[in-house]
Design a protein. Structure first.
Length: 339
């Protein structure tokens, strides 16, 4: 005879079938009933809600980034603003205009997806700035970047740890142009790629010591009160952001969230939760390096789905309650980024 249905100690079956003591009638969360047995439930593909992948492999991607291939160009900022995808904003300077770099300058590159491209999210693979200095200048740029993944305030951006904990460093390539012109390029590639909506660029200048060593100490320029002591001028000819845009369906994700409160069946609610968990995990997997993942998923809910903080808290409580009932569950801890 077939063995009787097991309930209690087994993690899958919740209630045996009333008409057959060898078969299960309903399953615990995370399992689906199939022909009287419980099988681990696997979320349906989330690609219909949010795209993640590119077919480009590391070597091919590195080659295209090295060549600054236009197929990877998300935005091109130049003097011609026709047909650009991003908006360049700076109160301190203009592109292709000389400026005194002694003090910090702030620039923004933003794609305004919340307003113009609501069906897209964007992945950052690299950024390149063409910087020129006046001849005999003793300065060079010192760039700091903050990434805003899905919109919101500047405080909801994270710092790119350039040349830290294995992160890539800027590479400067001399250009055959008048003055001292270089391409300053930061290549993230597949390993360090991340979502971005706005890039906050802070530009400082630094003075290189005269010994010419690669590990030269850099100093912030002091305030110059005598124009004769000017250390030179700088201009930025262009800024390029490399990456790609991916499909994003906010209405479909809202429908998933509605099933948390108004499920058609218990099975459909479990499927919706599993899909939201999959989206959360894949979004947060692209958070910056650190001891703990950053909660980019909450930023997606707040700024691309326009949910209130209380709605986000409720969704997270539903996901946590579901995972707590699964066997071998562990706490999912992240660092908060968005309010």
């Amino acid at each position: 005879l077939p063995p009787p249905c097991t309930v209690g100690e087994g993690p899958a079956c919740a209630v045996c079938a009333s008409d057959n003591h060898t078969r299960c009638g309903s399953c615990n969360p995370g399992f689906a009933l199939m022909q009287g047995a419980c099988r681990p439930m696997v979320a349906d593909s989330t690609e219909n809600y949010l795209g993640f992948e590119t077919d480009l492999q590391d070597l091919e991607l590195g080659y295209l980034l090295q060549r600054a291939d236009r197929r990877l160009e998300v935005s091109l900022c130049s003097l011609l603003f026709k047909d650009v995808h991003a908006i360049f904003i700076s109160n301190d300077m203009r592109l292709n205009s000389w400026f005194d770099p002694s003090w910090r300058k702030r620039m923004l590159l933003t794609l305004k997806s919340n307003k113009y491209k609501t069906n897209m999210v964007h992945m950052l693979l690299g950024i390149s700035l063409q910087v020129c200095l006046t001849k005999n200048s003793t300065l060079e740029p010192a760039l700091t970047l903050y990434i805003n993944p899905f919109g919101g305030s500047h405080s909801e951006s994270w710092y790119i740890p350039v040349n830290e904990i294995g992160f890539p460093d800027w590479k400067a390539t001399k250009l055959d142009l008048p003055f001292e012109c270089y391409n300053w390029t930061l290549t993230l590639g597949n390993k360090w790629k991340t979502f971005f909506e706005t890039i906050h660029i802070y530009l400082r200048s630094r003075i290189k010591t005269q010994d010419g060593a690669n590990d030269s100490v850099y100093y912030e320029p002091a305030e110059m009160t005598d124009p004769a002591q000017s250390l030179g001028y700088m201009k930025i000819n262009s800024i390029q952001v490399f990456g790609y845009s991916m499909h994003f369906d906010p209405e479909a994700i809202r429908d998933l969230i509605l099933q948390l409160d108004y499920p058609y069946t218990q099975g459909s609610q479990d499927t919706a939760i599993l899909q939201l968990l999959e989206i959360r995990d894949r979004v947060n997997r692209l958070s910056p390096p650190g001891q703990q993942k950053m909660d980019l998923f909450a930023c997606l809910l707040r700024h691309r789905l326009k949910l209130t903080p209380s709605e986000v808290v409720r969704i997270f409580a539903s996901l946590q309650a579901f995972t707590a009932r699964l066997p071998n569950s562990v706490d999912y801890e992240t660092t908060k980024l968005c309010s």
